[in-house]
Design a binder for this molecule. Structure first.
Ligand code: NIG
Ligand code: FE
Length: 411
């Protein structure tokens, strides 16, 4: 099936020889073609160019994009969309004055979601998660990383990852899966955290690796969750199973998780709301992508990742949603991009680079996703008629997406 998009007002993120990631120094540059065409064939970007040089093409379905912007679909490199139920009650508890940490200490938080998930059948978990995936596809997400971490038993962690794999099979979206057994300490292990880490290392990791359920490994490296030493033990063990880290660090405290991530060649270090100068230095010269999750800061009323500072230090930056029931019950990348501009002082060019090519890097798919490049996957956003691309984050909260093409399929 061929699709020919014509009269595109602006075709964004056109890169002939795309880099794997875009550094802070280059993030202000967003290559584009005004008045463009683009041909989709067999799920790939077959060709594109200036309308002035539109070649003879036969046998296609035409899509007129007059007044509209076309760009690569969002690459959301950090989500927890496989979960059961919701935590609306904790949301109300926070409004009434309890903190996120206080709720977790009372047995709410991640272990609350784990209890719900353990009691939910795989079929039901799939149907709840599929609804969320369908929602974010319509919002322009075509590639998504999905973590486990609400199972906290070998069986329930595997169940979550099987659901994520099934989503990948049934939808055109590109899915990467991450094993996050070290998301919280289950209640029954509260007095013996080492025994839970033993379970992760000796039972969960080998089984999940043997069944090829995960591409990456994650740890919530934070006060009250997993220390730097415990994180290192898990990453060391994961290395034996060839699982590359993508870790939760510096959400509430800077305890050295970033240097650990870099030491273990993490593909990304995510959250980064609290950053020291030492953390920034640790990232310099590394292959590790810093990932900011501004919707989480918004929902929990915690500091925003100092994105401006990271970019000004020359570091690349990616943006993701963190879609999960506790800290970010939203998977809207358009809101993430707008919030990064409004609250983190990223320019529209920087935010779009962060949510496309750098997002793709943070999930290991920048060879196939994240830019308008011949041969890359045809996953595209077609906007409504808008005056310019800066208007997208400017009009935060409005849905300016007309249609979405995922893997060559108009959804
Ligand atoms: O990325 N911070 C750790 N994990 C998730 C939230 C977990 C939850 O509250 O359910 C996050 O914010
Ligand atoms: Fe997260």
């Amino acid at each position: 099936m061929k699709l020919l998009l014509t009269n595109i007002k602006t075709l964004l993120q056109t890169r002939e020889n795309p880099p794997k990631k875009v550094s802070g120094k280059e993030m202000g540059n967003l290559p584009k073609i005004e008045n463009a065409w683009l041909l989709v064939e067999n799920g790939k970007i077959a060709d594109y160019g200036d309308m002035k040089n539109l070649p003879e093409i036969e046998g296609f379905k035409p899509i007129d994009c007059t007044g509209k912007i076309v760009m690569p679909a969002w690459c959301d490199s950090h989500t927890h969309i496989v979960y059961a139920g919701n935590r609306e009650q904790e949301f109300v508890d926070r409004i009434k004055g309890l903190s996120y940490q206080e709720i977790a200490e009372k047995g709410g938080g991640i272990v609350n979601s784990a209890k719900k998930l353990q009691e939910t059948s795989e079929k039901e978990l799939y149907s709840q998660s599929a609804k969320r995936l369908e929602e974010v596809m319509k919002l322009g997400t075509a590639a998504i990383e999905i973590k486990s971490g609400y199972g906290l038993t070998t069986e329930a962690e595997s169940k979550m990852l099987r659901v994520a794999k099934k989503l990948e099979k049934h939808y055109p979206v590109t899915v990467k899966t991450t094993f996050l057994g070290a998301h919280a300490v289950p209640t029954e292990y509260k007095e013996n955290k080492t025994a839970y880490i033993d379970l992760i290392c000796n039972d969960m990791l080998p089984k999940i690796a043997a069944e090829k359920l995960a591409d990456y490994v994650d740890v919530f490296c934070e006060v009250g969750y997993f220390s730097v030493e415990e994180t290192e033990r898990i990453l060391e063990e994961a290395q034996k199973h060839k699982l590359i880290p993508k870790i939760h660090v510096n959400q509430f405290n800077a305890i050295g998780g970033i240097a650990t991530g870099v030491k273990y060649n993490a593909l990304s270090v995510d959250h980064l709301e609290v950053m020291t100068d030492k953390d920034i230095e640790a990232l310099k010269g590394s292959e590790t992508m810093p990932v900011a999750l501004p919707s989480c800061s918004y929902f929990l009323s915690i500091p925003y990742t100092p994105g401006r500072k990271l970019i000004d230090a020359g570091l690349p930056l990616a943006l993701a949603t963190d879609y999960n029931p506790g800290s970010t019950p939203s998977g809207n990348m358009n809101f993430v991009v707008a919030t990064a501009c409004i609250k983190m002082r990223l320019t529209p060019e920087e935010a779009i680079n962060a949510a496309t090519i750098n997002g793709a890097y943070a999930m290991g798919i920048s060879d196939t996703h994240g830019s308008i490049t011949k041969g890359k996957t045809a996953s595209l956003i077609i906007t409504k008629e808008v005056p310019s691309y800066g208007y997208l984050p400017y009009s935060f909260g409005s849905n300016l997406i007309d249609s979405v093409i995922i893997n060559g399929e108009l959804i």
